[in-house]
Design a protein around this ligand. Sequence first.
Ligand SMILES: Nc1ncnc2c1ncn2[C@@H]1O[C@H](COP(=O)(O)OP(=O)(O)OP(=O)(O)O)[C@@H](O)[C@H]1O
Ligand SMILES: [Mg+2]
Length: 265
Amino acid sequence: MTSSPTVKISNLCHYYGEGDLRKQVLFDISLTIPPGQIVILMGPSGSGKTTLLTLIGALRSLQQGSLQVLGQELAGSSKQKLVQLRQKIGFIFQSHNLFFALTARQNVMLSTDMHPQRGDRERAAEILARLGLKERIDYHPHALSGGQRQRVAIARALVNQPPLILADEPTAALDRQTGRDVVTLMRQMAEEQGTTVLMVTHDNRILDVADRVINLVDGALEFDVSPLELLSGATATGAGHWSPPQTAAAPTFPPLGVTADSLGA
Ligand SMILES: Nc1ncnc2c1ncn2[C@@H]1O[C@H](COP(=O)(O)OP(=O)(O)OP(=O)(O)O)[C@@H](O)[C@H]1O
Ligand SMILES: [Mg+2]
């Protein structure tokens, strides 16, 4: 049985600004992601990663090209259809938007509120425990560290077992082991439930979790390879940095671990 792709992008272009200030930020992007695949999206600061992620998540209006997500064409879709689509997607963004009046467990349960079921409390507790927050289930966000809050937000995005997860630097605030726990959980969801994951990261320690690594440079896709291909052409040049793969197909690979600050963006 062939299953239709979770994400199918054809000739997508995107622009910010109006009139003379109009600036193109995404150039003729075409990309197909089948169900159950974990794709890591890399690229220098300002290359358009977040813009692409928010377009796929129907959080930003499509301007040009075709974008199909979970079987739905976003071009010309009604507002109501877009809202319904967003509800099927697990979003993990850096601003975690937790409710400070609620405990960790209640924050996670918020995303199950649409269809409350018996077992929600247990499910919320279980996923928090898997992310190392067993002892913190009844804490409020003000009593949690930044990394712990990030994990609550991750638990909230995953608890409903969405078919598509869009994550923007989900492990940036986490230590090595916790970051590993998060991606291991995503890997397991991909294998067991066919969850598709598109994740922006600069974290080379989690590259191996991906089926594919895509690099976006100045708004255009520069390469699309397996982590093995990437790592086999790469050599460690210092903590957290890899050299570019020495192949013609892989032109400028950004220094991993690069941050907006370090680029002055
Ligand atoms: N709302 C906006 N209005 C105008 N320009 C924007 C807007 N959002 C982003 N941009 C510009 O679009 C380009 C792509 O931004 P985007 O946030 O997608 O980059 P990114 O790859 O996610 O970068 P980073 O790694 O720093 O998060 C940048 O040049 C940015 O300045
Ligand atoms: Mg970004």
